[in-house]
Design a protein around this ligand. Structure first.
Ligand code: ADP
Ligand code: MG
Ligand code: ZN
Length: 599
C-alpha cells in the first residue's frame, strides 16, 4: 500500500522534471551560432553591436546576438567570466550568466536536479529491489562526452612552444590516421601516453590536438570524476568509457588528472580508499584487456607523476611518457603569437619583449595575459591593443588571484644562470662528466620534483673516478655561485644532498675509500612498512662512524675545491655561458659546445 503511494509521488516528480527539461530545451535558441574571435566581440561591444550575451562560465563560451538578431559564439579565457560580463554590461549589452549550448545546459540542469534525482532514484531502487527487479540499472554509465563534436577543433598549430612534445606525438597521430600501414608491418604502437608537467602547460590542449590532427573522436573524463561515493561505481564508469571508446575506434580516450585515480595503492594510513583502488584496478584491467592495435589510444595527464601507482607505468599501459615543459623564451614568443593572431595589435607591440618579461609563465598564463591586454584596450575604447596594455596585463597576471605563476626576479635569474653554467662547464671539462646536451634556466618540471620512478635495475658499474667527477659536477653549481656572488643560495640543496649520498655510498657500500678499505659498513634492510624505502642498520662503532664522516667530508671538500678551480681557470667561459643563458634561457647541442669550446 505504502509502496504504491510512494511510487505514485516519485512518478509525478519525474514526469514534472522531464516536462520542464523538455520545455527548457525547446526554448533554447535553435539556430547554431557562428564562431567569432574574441576581438570581434570586444570591438562589436564597443560599437554597441552586442544586444544580448549569454555567458557560460563552465565552458567559457559567450553566445551573443547583434541588434539585428544574428547569433555568434566566442570563447574567452577561463576565470574571466566576471570581468567580461561587467565589460559587456557597461557597453550596454543585456548580459545573463547562463548555460547556453545544449551540452552545458544539460550539465548544469543535471547539477540543479541531481540531488532530487539521487533521492528519487534511491527510493526507486529500494522499491524495485523490494519487488525483486534487477538492481542498479545504469548507475555506472560513463559521463564522458564525445568532445570532438561540440568543441572547436584544435590542431598542433594551436599549441606552441612544445615542439619536442609534438614530435613525440606525431607518431601517434600518424598511427591513428593510417593504422593499416602499422598493422601490416606488425609494429606495436604505444597503448598509453602519459603527459606530465606543471598545470597550464598545455597537456589537455595537446591531447585534444592529437585527436584534431588525426581527425578522430576524443573522449575525455577527469580522474576525479571516477572517484565516487559508492564502491564499484567508478569501476563501472571506467568499463563503460572503454566500451564507448572501442565502439568508436580509432579514437583518443583522455583521462585528465590521472593522479586522482592513479595514486599508489595501499599508500597512506588506514589502508587507503577502496573505491579508488577498485577504480584503478579496473583501469589497469581495461588497459590490459584490449589488443595493442585496436585503435584506441589512451592518453592521460597529470602534474603529480610521483604519486602514480607504478603499475600504471608498466609496459602495455602508460609506457610512453612525455614531459610537457614550461616554455622558454622562444616558446613564449610562439605562444604569444598564437594567442594574438586574431587580435588587432598596435605597431609598437613587441612580442619578444613581452616574452622576455615573463620567464616562468606557462601557456595558460600567456593566454590569460593576451586576453587581459585585450580587455584593457577595450575598456580604454582603443581600436588596437598597445604595448602599454600588455605591460599592464603582465603585472595583473603576476599579481592575479592564481598564484601558481612563479615570478623570477632578475637577481634570481642571474644566480640560476651562473649556477647552471657551473654544472655545465664542469660537466664538460671533467673526463667522466655526464653528457650535457641542454641547459636551461626555466623552472622545469624535472627540477621541481617531477621525477618518474626509474627502474631499480638500471644501475650499472661505475668507477671511483666517475663518481668523483659526478660529485664535482654536482657541487659546481654552488661553486659558481660562490665565485661570482661571493655568497651562496639555498638553490643547491638538492645538489649537496645528492653528492653527499654518492660519496657516502662510495665509502660504505662500494669500499672505495683508502682509509676505510674495501669493506662495507652497515647492512641494508627492507622496511616493509615504509614501502620500498631502504634504511641502513649500523653495525660499526662510534669510532668508525666518525671516520666515515671525516672521509665523506674530506672527499666532498676536495671535489668542491676541484670544481672551483676548474671554474676559476675557465672564468671567461663561465661568464660567456651565463650571459648566453640569460639571453636565450635555453642552450643546446652545437650552440652550447660552440660557447664552451669554440673561439
Ligand atoms: P594543462 O592541461 O597542462 O593544465 P591546458 O591544456 O588546460 O593546460 O591549458 C590551458 C589553456 O592555456 C589552453 O586552453 C590554452 O589556451 C593555453 N595554453 C596552454 N599551453 C599552451 C601552448 N603550449 N600553446 C598555446 N596555448 C596554450
Ligand atoms: Mg588540463
Ligand atoms: Zn644545481
Amino acid at each position: 500500500m505504502q509502496n504504491r503511494w510512494l511510487r505514485g509521488v516519485i512518478t509525478i516528480v519525474l514526469v514534472v522534471l522531464f516536462i520542464s527539461t523538455l520545455m527548457d530545451f525547446l526554448n533554447a535558441p535553435g539556430q547554431t551560432p557562428t564562431h567569432a574571435p574574441y576581438s570581434t566581440l570586444v570591438v562589436s561591444a564597443q560599437h554597441h553591436q552586442v544586444a544580448t550575451a549569454h555567458v557560460d562560465p563552465q565552458s567559457h563560451v559567450v553566445t551573443w546576438t547583434t541588434p539585428d538578431g544574428k547569433q555568434y559564439r566566442t570563447v574567452y579565457a577561463p576565470n574571466d567570466t566576471q570581468r567580461l560580463s561587467n565589460f559587456l554590461n557597461t557597453e550596454g549589452a543585456k548580459v545573463s550568466i547562463a548555460p547556453t549550448s545544449a551540452n552545458s545546459m544539460w550539465l548544469s540542469l543535471l547539477g540543479d536536479i541531481l540531488p532530487i534525482l539521487v533521492v528519487g532514484g534511491f527510493l526507486f531502487l529500494i522499491l524495485r529491489q523490494g519487488q525483486g527487479g534487477n538492481r542498479m540499472m545504469s548507475f555506472g554509465k560513463s559521463q564522458a562526452r564525445m568532445l570532438s563534436e561540440n568543441l572547436p577543433k584544435v590542431t598542433f598549430d594551436d599549441v606552441a612552444g612544445v615542439d619536442e612534445e609534438k614530435q613525440e606525438l606525431e607518431e601517434v597521430v600518424d598511427f591513428l590516421k593510417n593504422p593499416k600501414r602499422y598493422l601490416d608491418l606488425g609494429a606495436r604502437i604505444p597503448k598509453g601516453v602519459l603527459l606530465y608537467g606543471p598545470p597550464g602547460t598545455g597537456k589537455t590542449l595537446l591531447a585534444r590536438a592529437v585527436a584534431g590532427e588525426a581527425g578522430v573522436p576524443f573522449f575525455s573524463e577527469s580522474g576525479s570524476g571516477f572517484v565516487e561515493m559508492f564502491v564499484g561505481v567508478g569501476a563501472a564508469r571506467v568499463r563503460d568509457l572503454f566500451e564507448q571508446a572501442k565502439k568508436n575506434a580509432p579514437c583518443i580516450l583522455f583521462i585528465d588528472e590521472l593522479d586522482a585515480v592513479g595514486r599508489m595503492r595501499g599508500a597512506g594510513y588506514g589502508g587507503g580508499n577502496d573505491e579508488r583502488e577498485q577504480t584503478l584496478n579496473q583501469l589497469l584491467v581495461e588497459m590490459d584487456g584490449f589488443g595493442v592495435n585496436e585503435g584506441v589510444i589512451v592518453m592521460a595527464a597529470t602534474n603529480r607523476p610521483d604519486v602514480l601507482d607504478p603499475a600504471l607505468l608498466r609496459p602495455g599501459r602508460f609506457d610512453r611518457q612525455i614531459v610537457v615543459h614550461r616554455p622558454d623564451l622562444k616558446g613564449r614568443i610562439q605562444i604569444l603569437k598564437v594567442h594574438t593572431r586574431n587580435k588587432p595589435l598596435a605597431k609598437d607591440v613587441d612580442l619578444e619583449a613581452i616574452a622576455r618579461r615573463t620567464p616562468g609563465f606557462t601557456g595558460a598564463d600567456l593566454a590569460n595575459l593576451a586576453n587581459e591586454a585585450a580587455l584593457l584596450a577595450a575598456r580604454a575604447r582603443q581600436k588596437q591593443i598597445t604595448m602599454a596594455n600588455f605591460i599592464e596585463a603582465t603585472e595583473r597576471v603576476i599579481a592575479g588571484p592564481e598564484k601558481r605563476t612563479r615570478v623570477v626576479t632578475d637577481l634570481e635569474k642571474r644566480v640560476v644562470a651562473f649556477h647552471e653554467s657551473g654544472h655545465t662547464l664542469v660537466g664538460m671539462m671533467v673526463p667522466h662528466g655526464d653528457p650535457v646536451n641542454k641547459v636551461t634556466i626555466i623552472p622545469r618540471g624535472m627540477s621541481l620534483g617531477y621525477t618518474l620512478p626509474v627502474p631499480e635495475e638500471d644501475r650499472y658499474l661505475v668507477t671511483r673516478d666517475q663518481i668523483l667527477d659526478r660529485v664535482a659536477m654536482s657541487l659546481a653549481g654552488r661553486a659558481a655561485e660562490q665565485i661570482v656572488f661571493g655568497e651562496v643560495s639555498t638553490g643547491a640543496h638538492d645538489d649537496l644532498e645528492k653528492s653527499t649520498n654518492w660519496v657516502r655510498q662510495m665509502i660504505t657500500e662500494y669500499g672505495m675509500s683508502e682509509e676505510l678499505g674495501p669493506m662495507t659498513y652497515g647492512t641494508r634492510q627492507d622496511q616493509v612498512f615504509l614501502g620500498r624505502d631502504l634504511i641502513r642498520q649500523r653495525d660499526y662503532s662510534e669510532e668508525v662512524a666518525s671516520k666515515i664522516d671525516q672521509a665523506i667530508r674530506h672527499i666532498v671538500f676536495q671535489q668542491f675545491e676541484r670544481a672551483k678551480s676548474i671554474l676559476l681557470q675557465h672564468r671567461a667561459t663561465l661568464n660567456r655561458l651565463a650571459l648566453a643563458l640569460l639571453e636565450k634561457e635555453t642552450l643546446e647541442g652545437e650552440e652550447l659546445r660552440e660557447i664552451v669550446f669554440g673561439s
